[in-house]
Design a protein around this ligand. Structure first.
Ligand code: FAD
Length: 297
């Protein structure tokens, strides 16, 4: 299926839902009738390892993208399973967000289908080509409520030679010291008493850092970020307050603000909702695109 065919399937009328691999349960509103369900085109269109970009249909699986990029010593910083479009639409970052940046930084350019069934290009293959509003980034985390992503250009990165986890006892003062002293840690997870650290790079550099700061080796991350813990989103500066009374099984991503918690986060939708509603008013005034999806989740 090409991009035009995908746009025609969405068309200018009717309520349409887009699905990737349906790997996760998305919160939906009951009783909303959907006229048709569509899926984005799949397949790698171009891969330029030298320019560190890959172009693919949004329906391409993350597994396929991982395989082709790994053959050239690279990866795309999109976590999870399912499709590229699903991962972008959900916008959920991996535990290495401190090192690789948020999911929106991976998306350089997107072609999406708007509420009129038209193809729209946003963003650019290099950052300097982007002017005006950065709509591509807005699509990340929009759960398909602003437009259906058809094709994307993604940024690739080199796979580090080595990647190791360490742990060290640390209060918040020590955490902030280590955050600035360590060379670009890939992840910093803190539970109020201990700091787990992922260092990526050359094995000699990792070993030198570990020795210099008295770090003890860990087998892996102290939590299963894909497991049963709830995911809170807080301002990075609020981490000490949130962690303070939470107990040692709660770990915060230092410098990011994601807290992997045993309790659900108090509902933030009331404060976020007015922004999302205004965006949907602009992008999809007739509420045609994924109208059954709760946004924000
Ligand atoms: C509740 C929930 C929990 C998750 N938990 C984890 C986790 O623990 N660990 C982890 O790594 N990842 C997690 N994820 C992220 C998940 O890995 C990604 O959502 C996954 O990559 C989605 O791919 P999919 O093809 O299965 O998408 P689907 O499950 O099919 O769709 C997900 C959402 O994206 C929309 N969508 C799909 N394709 C497009 C498109 N082309 N354009 C616009 N919108 C589109 C769908 O309409 C839907 O709203 C979670 C996601 C959700 C929603």
């Amino acid at each position: 299926m090409d991009l035009t065919e995908f746009a025609e399937q969405v068309g200018p009328s009717g309520r349409v839902s887009v699905r990737g691999r349906s790997t996760r349960t998305v919160r939906r509103v009951d009783g909303v009738t959907i006229d048709r369900v569509v899926s984005a085109p799949s397949g790698i269109v171009e891969y330029h390892p030298d320019e560190m970009t890959i172009t693919c249909g949004a329906g391409t699986t993350l597994g396929e993208v991982r395989q082709i990029t790994a053959d050239r010593g690279q990866f795309v910083a999109l976590p999870g399973s399912g499709t590229v479009g699903g991962a972008l639409a959900v916008g959920r970052s991996g535990i290495d967000r401190l090192g690789v940046g948020p999911v929106r930084d991976t998306l350089l350019q997107a072609t999406f289908v708007n509420h009129c069934g038209q193809l729209v290009n946003v963003g650019g293959p290099t950052v300097k080509n982007v002017s005006g509003f950065d709509v591509a980034r807005l699509l990340v985390g929009s759960f398909g409520r602003l437009g259906f992503i058809a094709q994307v250009i993604l940024r690739t990165r080199p796979i580090p030679t080595a990647s190791s986890w360490f742990v060290v006892d640390a209060d918040w003062t020590r955490v902030t010291e280590l955050q600035s002293a360590l060379y670009r840690p890939a992840a910093l997870l803190w539970n109020g008493q201990r700091l787990a650290i992922r260092l990526d790079g050359h094995p000699d550099d990792i070993a030198a850092n570990a020795a210099r700061f008295g770090l003890t080796a860990l087998d892996g991350p102290p939590i299963d970020a894909d497991g049963t813990l709830y995911r809170w989103s807080v301002a990075p500066a609020d981490v000490p307050a949130v962690i303070g009374s939470a107990g040692q099984q709660v770990w915060a991503e230092v410098g990011v603000g994601i807290v992997h918690h045993v309790m659900p986060q108090p509902d933030r939708r009331a404060t976020l909702n007015h922004i999302e509603v205004r965006l949907v008013d602009e992008f999809d005034p007739q509420r045609r695109l994924n109208p059954d999806v709760v946004f924000p989740q």
